[in-house]
Design a binder for this molecule. Structure first.
Ligand code: TXA
Ligand code: MG
Length: 362
């Protein structure tokens, strides 16, 4: 299959009609959202969902998020619409929030992974909204990466992973947020965050009152990897996601302590003949200390970190490193967007953490 790549900055409105035709005929179109690129197919067509799993190489027990372009499209997909869902949609849609509700018989089990619930979100990216509206369908869209690779934040990332496996890529340039949507489950007694994202716990609590974080997610952020006992409630969170090919270790501590530790770790690795990469803050000046140095902004700018982290993890793969050490950017203390970035970095690191102040903790 030849994958058609369309630059939205050059194409006219007809691009959406063409992409919508593909979706209506059961094909797959990757498109930009404000979080990451999605791989879209007709959410109501079991064959389209199967194609999505096939193209990504994704385990079929990992359900897809259904994307809509207006709130009224949610009703047919669910058995009931709790008051809390209405409040969240009003406050955060369109935007980077996915809501889990009880699924209606309209949505095939191929889309929900056989669960009794469905994940729904209304993205705010104008290209995503235009595509969903043109198709006139709810669109199932996981992140448009090959399973296990970092999520795509540019169309080039999608092409890298899925070229030849999908019908079309709509290239809308780099995305605005860079980490996937916050997922909140409204099917239990207390709203539960299943995946941290741009919409934080505090933002949700302003609308809903008490909100909890899935304990398995909190454990990931503390550096504890998932054991079999109590898996995360979002099936996708249990997979070793986002991981670059070379082992990655996070270094925590003050700015200076982290720099010192990165220098000594890189030196040790190079003495063993390993090709080492360092992920660090702008201005850390480590060029001559490692084989590759990636600057991802600074501690104060969480949004820039979010926007760049997946790109850097992909770059690490392209550069063929043996070992990677990354500044933790003080994220361990963060309860906001940094909590989401730390979640992704911690998963990429498989829980490997060192302390820069000599106290090698857990
Ligand atoms: O920002 C995003 O949400 C992006 C863009 C494309 O919209 N999409 C995305 O999809 O991240 P994906 O498939 O990569 O991640 C979906 C996550 C998985 O962890 C999955 O297990 C979880 O959502 N999920 C989907 N349906 C669920 C359900 N009914 N209950 C619990 N978790 C669910
Ligand atoms: Mg994904």
């Amino acid at each position: 299959m030849k994958t058609q790549i369309i630059k939205l900055s050059e194409a006219g409105e007809t691009a959406y009609a063409q992409a919508a035709d593909i979706l209506k005929n059961g094909g797959l179109v990757a498109f930009p959202t404000e979080t990451v690129y999605g791989l879209g197919g007709n959410a109501l067509d079991p064959e389209a969902s199967k194609k999505i799993y096939g193209a990504k190489g994704r385990p079929s027990d990992n359900p897809l998020i259904v994307h809509v372009a207006d709130i009224s499209s949610v009703e047919p997909l669910v058995t009931e619409l709790p008051r809390e869902a209405g409040l969240l949609m009003k406050a955060f849609w369109p935007g980077p929030l996915t809501i889990i509700l009880n699924v209606s018989p309209l949505v095939p089990k191929e889309t929900t992974g056989g669960l009794s619930t469905v994940a729904i979100r209304m993205p705010s990216h104008p290209a995503a909204l235009a595509l969903i509206r043109a198709a006139g369908l709810p669109i199932a869209a996981p992140s448009a990466n090959a399973s296990g690779r970092p999520s795509p934040t540019r169309a080039e990332h999608v092409a890298e992973d899925l070229s030849g496996r999908i019908d079309m890529i709509l290239d809308g340039g780099a995305v605005g947020i860079g980490v996937e949507s916050t997922i909140v489950d409204l099917t239990g007694e207390i709203p539960l965050i299943l995946r941290p994202g741009y919409i934080t716990k505090a933002m949700l609590e302003q609308v809903l009152g008490t909100v909890k974080i899935d304990p398995a997610i909190a454990r990931i952020n503390e550096g504890e990897m998932i054991s079999g006992n109590e898996p995360p409630k979002a099936p996708g969170m249990k997979y070793r996601h986002y991981a670059p090919r070379a082992p990655l270790t996070l270094v925590q501590g003050t700015k200076d302590a982290v720099r010192e530790k990165l220098v000594s770790l890189a030196k040790e690795a190079r003495e063993q003949g390993l090709k080492v990469g360092l992920i660090c803050e702008d201005g850390t000046e480590l060029e001559d200390r490692a084989d590759a140095v990636y600057y991802v902004g600074n501690r104060q700018n969480r949004l820039e970190l979010a926007q760049r982290i997946y790109d850097v993890l992909r770059q690490c793969d392209a550069d063929g490193l043996d070992v990677i050490y990354a500044d933790d950017f003080g994220l361990e203390m963060d309860k906001d967007l940094g909590y989401a970035v730390q979640n992704r970095l911690m998963k990429a690191a498989g829980g490997r953490v060192l302390r820069g102040d000599g106290d090698d903790g857990t």
